[in-house]
Design a protein around this ligand. Structure first.
Ligand code: CA
Ligand code: CA
Length: 185
């Protein structure tokens, strides 16, 4: 065997073992990312639509909810753009989270000094706010949306039958849904 053949053979072997190592590394990465993405948290994205049915700038167009094992996400989309200083830039959400027919939490989304805030309060069965449970900064994906992400632990006990409604409040109001309550987060 001529020396150059030996050298070529050794280099081909090195190349093969490098490829093998890369393949093993790729499989490991795939497995790890699969493990993190695989048993993903149970989510429950729900989208509800409400008509252009009030003269308000903050007339509700869509209510999006998503419940995970650790958070309650609620987003309100409006038909028009709105800002903190607009009249009626104030939303109230009343929850019957334990599904027993009386309200137990009130969420107020209101304009703070630096942006919208999400204030969660306990509720009287009739819907009047009581003691403060917690407060978080709201997020805005665009000028027609405002959203709150709250710890699920702030709610007493979320049942599948959780019910709620959203109100845009100002000199006028828009309710979503127009009658009754949304079911399930
Ligand atoms: Ca509406
Ligand atoms: Ca409505």
């Amino acid at each position: 065997m001529c020396p150059s053949t030996v050298v070529q053979g050794a280099s081909a072997q090195r190349k093969r073992s490098t490829i093998r190592r890369s393949v093993v590394a790729m499989i490991a990465v795939a497995l790890i990312s699969g493990m993190t993405a695989g048993p993903a948290e149970a989510r429950s994205l729900r989208i509800r639509y409400d008509g252009n049915d009030s003269p308000m700038r903050t007339d509700i167009r869509r209510v999006v909810s998503d419940l995970s094992t650790s958070t309650v996400f609620l987003r309100i989309d409006t038909w028009q753009t709105f800002h903190r200083w607009d009249e009626g830039a104030y939303f109230i959400v009343r929850f019957d989270s334990s599904g027993d027919g009386g309200f137990d939490r009130v969420l107020e989304i209101f304009p703070g000094r630096r942006g919208f805030r999400c204030l969660l309060e306990e509720s009287e069965p009739g819907g009047d706010p009581g003691a403060i449970v917690g407060q978080r900064r709201a997020t805005r994906a665009n000028e027609r949306a405002v959203a709150c992400t709250l710890p699920r632990s702030w709610f007493p006990r979320i049942q599948r039958a959780v019910r709620f409604y959203v109100l845009a409040a100002g000199s006028d109001t828009d309710r979503a849904p127009n009658t009754g309550l949304y079911r399930w987060l």
